[in-house]
Design a protein around this ligand. Structure first.
Ligand SMILES: Cc1cc2nc3c(=O)[nH]c(=O)nc-3n(C[C@H](O)[C@H](O)[C@H](O)COP(=O)(O)O)c2cc1C
Length: 215
């Protein structure tokens, strides 16, 4: 049966104009806090024109950046618009954060939608705007991390509860080398969920594979 005890693999995709600034420091704390929950975490700085195929290896994509002159930092927004990032995050679970100088409710209304408009079909596990005083507030960070991890766990539990693997499909899964098994299982379950299938047969596995190859 699907195994929810595998550690969550998360990538923090971010942008900032500063080096060693408030966003850099915040991302280091976020990475550490997530790793303490048992998650595997990497970070990557965005470039608007980079190749984002490496996203395939992660379960959760955490995106964040500062706001400069009313806009979410440009390489992150640029990546969502110009690169293949949108293709590779199609079925990923997402968490969003922003760092900015404005009071939180106003920033939530003005800045978060700049990213969310590109993520209409994604499951958003958590989203938060961090005002300057919250960037070093351990409680605010813990709340954000708890929301990501508990909503991620819930999404796995509810998926597993409603999906059934046929014996043939399970046998096929057993023949795949263990290293790839989890990935194939996740991709197939996400595909079945999206298509409204409740039983995963060999045909469903093939369909999911075809969909993955087409990208
Ligand atoms: C040039 C500049 C422009 C900024 N513009 C805004 C803005 O329009 N709205 C806002 O809420 N905060 C704004 N801020 C505040 C930054 O978003 C905030 O300080 C952020 O934490 C900076 O991240 P960094 O240290 O990684 O550069 C601005 C900061 C700078 C330096």
């Amino acid at each position: 049966m699907p195994n929810s005890s595998q550690p969550m693999k998360a990538i923090i995709l971010y942008d900032t104009r500063s080096v060693g600034g408030s966003t850099d420091r915040f991302i280091d704390s976020l990475g550490r806090k997530l790793a303490e929950t048992g998650a595997y975490v990497e970070k990557a700085k965005c470039k608007a024109t980079a190749d984002y195929s490496f996203i395939q290896d992660f379960d959760v994509v955490i995106m964040g950046a500062p706001v400069y002159y009313l806009l979410v930092s440009s390489e992150l927004l640029g990546a969502l618009i110009q690169s293949n990032l949108k293709k590779y995050i199609k079925r990923k679970k997402i968490a969003l954060f922003l760092t900015c100088g404005s009071p939180e409710p106003m920033a939530t209304l003005m800045y978060l939608p700049q990213m969310k408009i590109h993520l209409m079909r994604n499951k958003i596990l958590a989203e938060k705007v961090f005002a300057p005083h919250q960037l070093t507030d351990d409680h605010a960070l813990s709340e954000f991390v708890d929301e990501i991890t508990s909503n991620y766990d819930d999404s796995l539990t509810s998926r597993h509860a409603s999906l059934h693997w046929s014996d043939e499909a399970l046998e096929m899964l057993d023949m795949i080398p263990p290293f790839f098994q989890n990935r194939i299982r996740t991709i197939t379950e996400e595909y079945a969920e999206e298509m409204g299938y409740t039983t995963i047969t060999l045909e469903v596995v093939e369909e999911a594979k075809g969909e993955m190859e087409r990208g």
